[in-house]
Structure formats: C-alpha cells, structure tokens
Design a binder for this molecule. Structure first.
Ligand code: BES
Ligand code: ZN
Length: 462
C-alpha cells in the first residue's frame, strides 16, 4: 500500500525544518577515534536525545567507559503490537585529510542534490531519518503501530568496544521482535536494497622491534636484523600466488554460499568497468576463481591497513630502523569467529617470524560476520514499504563492510535483523567529501514511515 496520506503530507510540509535539524546534527564533530572530540560526542548524544524527546520518546543518555549510548523509548502500542529495536551510530570517522574536502566536513553543504558532510550518510543522516519517521507517526496520529526502542551508540567507528556488554546486561529492556538498521547503501540509484550479509572483522597490530634505537645503516647494516625487512617477510606470507589467504586454518570454518545466493549475485546489474573506474586502480584483482562481487561479499580477506617504519621524509637518510609496525585486518564470513582468527594469525606470525627481532601481536577489535535468509513477515513488510517509497521492488545485496553489533543482536536478542540502507555507491564514506543524496534521505524517511504501518498489518499465514 502507498504511504498513508497524512504521513506523506507531514513529511512534505516539514521538509525544510527536518533538513535544518539534520544540518545541526552534522555540524557536531562527533569523531569517536579522537580524544580531543570527547565533548563533541557527548554533545551529539545529548542533542540526539533532546530531538527524540521532542517527538515524544522517553530518553536516557547512558555513560560508558567510552562514548555515551543514547536510548529512546516509546512503548504505548501495547502487548499485541510488535516491538522494534532501531540501531544506529552518531559517531563519525575522522575527517582528515581536510585539504581534500571541497567544503568543510562539519559545515553541511548541498551541491547537486547531495548533502556533503562527514557523517552525512555514515550514519547521522540515516539514523536521523528514523527519528523523523517516528515523528511523522506521532505528530499526525498521536500514536505508533509498534513499540520502539532506539539505540544509538557513539563508538561504532572504533569497533563498538562497549556495546556487546551493554546489550548483554540490558537484554531484557532491548528485547524485541525485530531489529532495524539503516547504515548501508543501495546497490544503485533508484534501486532500494536489503542486505543479506555483512562481513565480520578481526583487527590486529603487529610490532617488530630490533635494536634499541635507530642505527647507522652503514656501521651496523648487515650485522643487525632489519625489523622493516622482517615485517615485510612476515606479511608476504599472508597470501599465496592465487591471492588466497595462506594462514593455516583460515578457511576451515567458511560456510559455502548456496547456488541460489550465487545466482542472485550474478543477476544484479553490476558494471565491472564502471566499478574499476570509480576505484581508479589500473586493474581489479583478488582471490582466483571469484567474481568481484563474490570477492567483496562472500569471501574473507586479510588486508594490510597501515605500515610504518624507518625514514619516510624528504630525500635520503641511511638508517637501520629500530622498529616496524603493521595494522592488519581480516574481513570474515560466516562461520569464522573473530577470536579464532586472531589466534590463527598470531600462531602463523610467530611461526614465520625470522629470528633476531621481537614480534608482538595485539588484537585491537573485532566483530562477527552475519548472514540472513530474509524469510518472514519483517522482510515481507520491508519489501512492501520500499516498493511504496521508491516505486521499485528492492534487490537483495551483500556487503563487504562490518557493523560489529549485528551478530551480537542476533545472538543475544534472538530477533531477526533488517538492514536497509539509503546510501549510494561513490558516497565517500570514511573519505573526503562524504555525501548523502537528498532524494534518498527523503525517500528513506518515507520508506521507514511506511514500514511501521506495513509491520502492523495482519497477514494471513502463507
Ligand atoms: N556504515 C559502515 C558499515 C558499512 C560499510 C556498511 C560499507 C555498508 C557499506 C560502518 O559505519 C563501518 O564503517 N563499519 C566499520 C566497522 C569497523 C570500524 C569495526 C567497517 O566496516 O570498517
Ligand atoms: Zn563507518
């Protein structure tokens, strides 16, 4: 069914004000990774709680060992109505390098129908559209067809270190029939998309220590093991010549995708050449025997995220570095376990590390992979709501990124998770010039407003 006329009218009439509010949210530099933004994350949490109170939710800002968690609740729909947990994050990635932004990251600017700002799409814009969908219901009808708990965290971009514990201890309060999350993208403009999978993550840091201090590479080189070379040798063993991960046991738990799921991926309108052009690399590459989308959605990886050692400044300096460091992350697929993979990587690194240096490996954070079969009334309601808002049936897509808490929600709360995002390819999440399409912000709000009505419609069991 189409979006109810009163919701439609409310959202159209309030469009300018809703945009202004979103811009206020985007102006708060709630960068979770940087301690100098500590006050800003608190400000963003409080701002969000206040906006949720404005629309009629009761709220709580819960301090954690890191950044606060914001809870908003509205439970007046009664026991017969479904309870939905809406999750999102109000923290953002650092904006650097600042010189590559065409307009300042924390001064939202509209160009060509896009809202440019850090966090526009990941995830403030997508979180805020949920608050506005709730507002449309509560302001026009004074009620909602569902009970709602909104859970917004401020640490998603740093691996959600305090969230699983919070979900665990608050499991009763967060108990629900469905979890709904908008923190992902559509496959293409105009093509609404429901996610069927996320990859998990194990993030590690490898430190290699050689001499106590940097040394003259002429006076000592050749007689003292170079930690940069040692580290290069270690990370060179992570892949074989087919670009498969060569860490023993790495693929043991990988559950194969069904032929149906593979066919669904092949049927998507994916333009490999366009994808390569967007990436800007001379050619694409990855594990042998897999298509590009399969590599990103269905296969685990081991990637070097950062390398540091020795002299990297202007000109030449003959130095034998004292230390070398690598940041490494493995993206995981069901049923790989982040802790098990950390153990395997650690054992492998210890095995291949050359003598003469000290190697230390630290696990920084991790998250479970997730895959769903998308059967049941929640997904049926989502298909109808997205079709109503976008005029097109949604496609089922995978995702290579991670939202660490999703696996925890499923495990702890036992509720199905719907991941329906309104970003677009090329949106520059985590990069300079991040943007969200204005049209998707508006249609996304309408789709979510429609979803609550669709979820309340009794259906004949079929
Ligand atoms: N919104 C993303 C997750 C995502 C990425 C969804 C790409 C769809 C496409 C989320 O904010 C994110 O960036 N997650 C991190 C998690 C990590 C820091 C634990 C990621 O995937 O790197
Ligand atoms: Zn992100």
């Amino acid at each position: 069914m189409p979006l109810a006329p009163e919701l439609d009218r409310f959202l159209a009439d309030n469009d300018a004000r809703i945009h202004d509010e979103l811009f206020e949210f985007l102006r708060i530099p709630s960068v979770s990774a940087r301690s100098e933004h500590r006050q800003d994350t608190v400000r963003a949490a409080e701002w969000l709680a206040a906006r949720m109170r404005d629309v009629g939710l009761t709220t709580e800002v819960v301090p954690t060992d890191g950044h606060p968690i914001v809870i908003g609740e509205w439970r007046k729909a009664g026991d017969g109505a479904p309870t939905v947990l809406i999750y999102g994050h109000y923290d953002v990635q650092p904006a650097e390098p600042l010189e590559l932004w065409e307009s300042p990251p924390f001064e939202p600017t509209v160009r060509h129908g896009r809202i440019y700002a850090r966090g526009a799409v990941d995830d403030k814009g997508q979180l805020y559209l949920h608050v506005k969908a709730l507002e449309a219901h509560l302001r026009t009808r004074g009620t909602l067809p569902i009970n709602v708990v909104v859970l917004a965290e401020g640490e998603e971009e740093i691996g959600s270190p305090n969230l699983a514990n919070f979900v665990e201890t608050q499991a009763k309060r967060l108990g629900c029939d469905a979890v709904v999350i908008s923190d992902s993208s559509m496959f293409a403009p105009g093509l609404p998309s429901i996610l069927s999978s996320l990859r998990g993550l194990t993030y590690l840091q490898i430190d290699v220590q050689g001499a106590a201090v940097d040394l003259h590479s002429g006076s000592y080189g050749g007689a003292v093991i170079n930690p940069a070379t040692a580290l290069a040798r270690i990370i060179a063993t992570f892949h074989d010549e087919h670009l498969r991960v060569a860490i023993p046991g790495f693929y043991d738990k990988v559950r194969e995708w069904t032929p149906d799921a593979r066919k669904r991926i092949q049927a998507l309108p994916f333009d490999e050449g366009k994808f390569r052009d967007e990436v800007g690399a001379p050619s694409l590459g990855g594990e042998d025997g897999q298509s590009t989308l399969e590599r990103i959605w269905t296969r685990p990886t081991c990637e070097i995220n950062g390398l540091l050692s020795g002299y990297t400044g202007e000109g030449a300096k003959t130095v034998l570095p004292a230390a070398a460091m690598a940041k490494v992350s493995c993206r995981l697929v069901p049923d790989q376990d982040p802790d098990d993979i950390a153990t395997l990587v650690r054992a492998h690194v210890e095995r291949v590390a050359p003598p003469g240096v000290t190697v230390t490996i630290r696990a920084l954070h991790g998250g479970r992979p997730w895959r769903a079969d998308l059967q049941g009334p929640l997904y049926d309601a989502a298909r109808r709501a997205l079709t109503a808002a976008f005029g097109k049936e949604p496609v089922i897509v995978g995702e290579g990124g991670s939202i660490p808490v999703v696996g925890d929600f499923e495990r702890i709360l036992g509720a199905p998770v719907l991941l329906v995002g309104f970003g677009l390819p090329g949106e520059n999440a985590h990069a300079p010039n991040e943007w969200m399409s204005e049209e998707n912000f508006v249609k996304g709000t309408r789709a979510i407003a429609a979803l609550w009505d669709e979820m309340a419609v009794p259906r004949n069991p079929s």
